[in-house]
Design a binder for this molecule. Sequence first.
Ligand SMILES: Nc1ncnc2c1ncn2[C@@H]1O[C@H](COP(=O)(O)OP(=O)(O)OP(=O)(O)O)[C@@H](O)[C@H]1O
Ligand SMILES: [Mg+2]
Length: 289
Amino acid sequence: MDEKIKTGILGLDAPLDGGLMNKSSTVIIGSTGAGKTTFATQFIRRGLLDGQDCIFISLDENKEQIIRDALNMGWDDITYFVEEEKLIFVDASGKEFKAFIRKELPDFVSTWLGANTRIAIDPLTPVVWATPSRYEQRELLGFMLKEMRKIGTVVATLEEHGPANLSAPETAIPMYLADSIIHLRYRYVEDNTRRDLKIIKMRGSRHSEKIFPYKIVRGLGLVVMRGSYHMKHTRLNVEELEKKVMEKLKNASPIVQERVRKLISKLNDEDLEDINLDELADMLVEEFS
Ligand SMILES: Nc1ncnc2c1ncn2[C@@H]1O[C@H](COP(=O)(O)OP(=O)(O)OP(=O)(O)O)[C@@H](O)[C@H]1O
Ligand SMILES: [Mg+2]
């Protein structure tokens, strides 16, 4: 019951005290461009790499677009997982959600009973809008999350419109229903763009209360920076990173070593600006050991 699973987001599992609860539901809330779809894809990809079956329910972008974005992120193994049918897409865009949730979803879930998958729902927002009645919204969403949790761990994204207001009805209802909530904040502060993340709740587990800056880096996706490292402003150097990480992973299995080497080979120095070498090395070791 208390089993945790890794999120796949570098640096996030430690603040979550090990990761997300298996077979729980998590809402990722954030404004446009915050990195919600990237988070969802990254969570799914971690499951795929661990041999789990994964389901991506898209209500907005189509399958091709999500695959294209993943490829642009440098995650080219996604094509393999789609071909092998380890990653299943359910394109629910343009559907009548009330009917979809009440009729098609239970049938879908029954074909997966006994499985332990990872499920991404991106974004959940149109389901909230499927009905003006808050009572019905709550019932529909509650039913959907409960059904999906029977067959896996759910990460659902939620759009945040306008200035941060987590108490708007369209966000408050899904947030109440979810077991965990992670808020991705993306905003301008003076002349700078700033991204930071906060774990708002996690039922049945302790978690960090801090606010963590994060970056989105090609090849890595979201990287959460815990900042207990001194920023030396030395440019992160990929070669040096590889040396450090491989040294720390010298006792890991050849498969893990190969996976990490491949990942690092895709990184380039420029994208890693502002990221501390030791911190990233430790996050990679944490992720893969
Ligand atoms: N290949 C990439 N390399 C580097 N950064 C990327 C890459 N792809 C996306 N990003 C960053 O991630 C941001 C968008 O992330 P994402 O699409 O996950 O946001 P979102 O929260 O899902 O937005 P929306 O609500 O509009 O769907 C981009 O604006 C960009 O900053
Ligand atoms: Mg998106």
